[in-house]
Design a protein around this ligand. Structure first.
Ligand code: PHE
Length: 454
């Protein structure tokens, strides 16, 4: 097999392109599908406060660590650790990242498949005139089927591969630059509609009025897990994207902008959903099916509902797509740079194997509904393995690597772009990545695997 020519390595072409691509990775189903239902299950406002704290104190430092590793090494996640720490076992973090990418994208594409079906349903005006029960059985009937969920999953994976195959600048960056502003616009339109609903007040109060009595230790740890998933950290997605960032770009500002965009979109998603949930008397803790079962209900009861439903599910699909390309890129960068496979066959190979695993996940409520382990179906198992095990372990070792292996001087040099920028809070940053973040992440992990129960 041909050796990869590193002198021809692709990269992002502009500052806005970097932010759009990285924010595109971060903003996804995690913000619009997962954040509202997790916040809903954990009482709303107080949970969100804790979540914000974690984004600030832990999420941004972990993201910055990933950018530092990737940009200084200019390699895929596996190659980055090989290059920065030769003759050590740190490359195992890279192996973990590639494995996590396979797993995350396989269950992510399941939810993306539901999204595609709902874009279609919205376009076909399939929600109108249906009762809440009918809409629920509509969703469950679809989810438990075979042909349609698989078909949409294949379509979604095809779209993902199609963008990735075109490369970093002409694929990922180009699409992110267009899709991210569209996404922001769509969500703002939905927010305006949501807050002007009669009864919106209650939903906004639920979202923003902290009720600390609803908060237990478990929800605090869930907030940390959600911060990880939502920021795309812990598996080398942002090591990979960081490796495409120009040496003259300010990494600290990039990490802050991306985290801010991710957080703002999550809150805006909450603002789009909860006023409607309350206005129509739906339980805020409806769980993972929340948006698919409740929103069609809501859309058909509001003026212009056809339009807003279509808009919403397109929004969700766009958000999912700009995230899934970042996960696929982790694998493709590894295949091309380490195994010497050309970009096109590498993308096809990665997408095809992930789709195969993804089909098993998608069948978790259909033909494979009886397959379970530890009382979890395939989808839940993949989600649990990735979110509760692999991301925390990855994140833990990434900050330890930056804090203890690369160290302060090396990190300062990279973050300052060799002295181009002032790095003001380097001591705080090092303190966090050496001690605070590893400790906090360890707590999430131990809770996640049940070794530690609060
Ligand atoms: N951050 C993405 C989302 O919120 C999901 C994701 C996780 C993407 C991990 C890449 C890596 O939907």
């Amino acid at each position: 097999m041909a050796k990869f020519d590193f002198s021809k390595r692709d990269s992002f072409g502009s500052k806005f392109g970097v932010i759009a691509a990285a924010a595109g990775s971060a903003v996804g189903l995690g913000n619009i599908w997962r954040f509202p239902y997790i916040a809903g299950e954990n009482g709303g406002g107080a949970f969100i406060l804790v979540y914000l704290l974690f984004i600030l104190a832990i999420g941004i430092p972990v993201m910055l660590s990933e950018f530092t590793i990737g940009r200084s090494a200019q390699r895929n996640v596996f190659g980055s650790f090989k290059k920065l720490a030769p003759r050590t076992h740190w490359y195992l973090i890279g192996v973990l990242g590639v494995v996590a990418a396979f797993i995350i994208l396989s269950f992510y594409s399941t939810v993306a498949s539901w999204t595609m079906e709902y874009i279609y349903k919205a376009a076909a005006d399939a929600f109108s005139g249906k009762s809440s029960d009918q809409l629920t059985s509509m969703f469950q009937g679809f989810k438990g089927g075979t042909f349609r969920p698989i078909m949409w999953q294949v379509v979604f994976m095809f779209l993902t591969a199609w963008i990735v195959v075109s490369g970093v600048k002409r694929g990922i960056e180009k699409y992110a630059r267009i899709l991210m502003p569209v996404l922001l616009l769509l969500i703002i339109i939905l927010d305006v509609r949501a807050v002007t609903l009669a009864g919106a007040q209650e939903g906004l109060e639920f979202l923003f009025k902290p009720d600390f009595s609803k908060l237990n230790t478990n929800s605090i740890l869930q907030a940390l897990g959600q911060a990880f998933f939502s920021l795309s950290i812990g598996m080398g997605t942002l090591v990979t994207y960081g490796s495409y960032i120009n040496k003259r770009e300010n990494l600290t500002n990039t990490a802050i902008s991306v985290s801010a965009a991710d957080t703002i979109i999550a809150i805006l998603a909450g603002v789009a959903i909860f006023p409607a949930v309350f206005a129509f008397g739906i339980e805020p803790n409806a769980g993972p099916d929340l948006i698919f079962r409740t929103l069609p209900n809501i859309f058909q009861q509001i003026p212009g509902g056809y339009f807003f439903a279509l808009l919403f599910f397109i929004l969700l699909g766009v958000a999912a797509l700009t995230s899934s390309i970042s996960v696929l890129e982790v694998v493709v960068a590894y295949f091309t740079e380490e195994l010497g496979i050309l970009r096109k066959p590498a993308t096809i190979l990665a997408a095809a194997t992930i789709t195969a695993l993804g089909v098993l996940s998608t069948m978790s409520w259909g033909v494979l509904k009886d397959v379970s382990l530890f009382n979890q179906n395939i989808f839940d198992l993949l989600d649990f393995t990735a979110s509760s095990i692999l991301l925390p372990i990855g994140g833990l070792f990434i900050v330890i690597f930056v804090g203890w292996y690369l160290g302060k001087d090396y990190t300062r040099k990279e973050l300052s772009s060799e002295g181009l920028f002032k790095v003001k809070l380097i001591n705080v940053f090092i303190l966090i990545v050496k001690f605070l973040a590893p400790l906090a992440i360890a707590l999430v992990f131990l809770n996640g695997i049940g070794l530690l129960k609060f």
